[in-house]
Write a protein that binds this ligand. Structure first.
Ligand code: APR
Length: 238
């Protein structure tokens, strides 16, 4: 297997998607038995769904919380935490995942661009910061309230909403010399564009996963395999 060499002058930006958590037992979205096969996006993951049927939205994310709490980080999460430990501030991780498996593996320099399952925030965006909330709600009446009185909503970026921390992400991509993308189908924007932004800056771009993503043509190399099997031992830090 080709190893990825990381020179002392390199800065590494990693983007992960649902595929990195697949070997931890969490379903991806677009697989034939994935989350979007069993649920309509419009029913559970849009601002309109939250307006029209908040109970269904909360049930969906409560199930995700239950599943996430049972999952454990796999060797791919650990490999990224180890890489961060050797590169320090030359490493940055951006995940589309809302689970906390990267943190639980030891990652620290990371952003959850699509939000976090273990947090809730004000439905009315009153300005209060998100609060830690791992509860599993069966009924809407159980869902907590913000200090302002509005109901809490999952701290999740729904379709049609703007991903979090885009300025920081852009800055980190701009200064990276190597982008590693793991386990994402390349079908959701803006994340699917990150590889193009990195290439415009002259960075090397590597994809890791069992299938070619939709934007495969934009990568300088593709490492084919399951993340948990290929990530440990993939990096050669000089
Ligand atoms: N290792 C690496 N990659 C894997 C593995 C594995 N063991 N198993 C599956 N994959 C890959 C699949 O080949 C697929 O390309 O993971 C990818 C999962 O793709 P999606 O289900 O589309 O998930 P993702 O790309 O993370 O979705 C992006 O869409 O629904 C929204 O907000 C949600 O963050 C999510 C976004």
């Amino acid at each position: 297997m080709e190893r990825i060499r990381i020179a002392p002058s390199d800065r590494v930006f990693v983007l992960t998607g649902a595929g990195i958590s697949a070997e931890s037992g969490l379903p991806t979205f677009r697989a034939s038995d994935g989350l979007w096969a069993g649920h309509r996006v419009e029913d559970v993951c849009t601002p309109e769904a939250l307006d029209q049927n908040p109970e269904l939205v909360w049930q969906f994310y409560s199930e995700r919380r239950e599943q996430g709490a049972k999952a454990e980080p796999n060797p791919a999460h650990v490999a990224l935490a180890d890489l961060e430990a050797s590169l320090g501030e030359r490493f940055f991780l951006c995940t589309q995942n809302v689970d906390d498996l990267h943190e639980r593996a030891g990652s620290k320099r990371l952003i959850h661009m699509h939000g976090e399952l273990a947090k809730s925030r004000c439905e009315h965006e009153c300005g209060e910061p998100p609060v830690e909330d791992r509860r599993v709600y069966k009924n809407l009446s159980e869902v907590g309230r913000c200090a302002c009185g509005a109901r809490l909503r999952p701290h999740i970026v729904f379709f049609g909403e703007i991903p979090l921390e885009m300025n920081r992400i852009q800055k980190e991509i701009d200064r990276s010399t190597l982008m590693v993308v793991v386990g994402t189908s390349g079908s959701v924007y803006p994340a699917a564009n990150f590889v193009h932004w990195a290439r415009q800056n002259g960075a090397r771009t590597v994809y890791v996963g069992p299938e070619a993503p939709l934007n495969a043509h934009a990568f300088t190399s593709v490492v084919q395999g399951k993340a948990g099997e290929v990530m440990p031992g993939l990096f050669e830090v000089e």
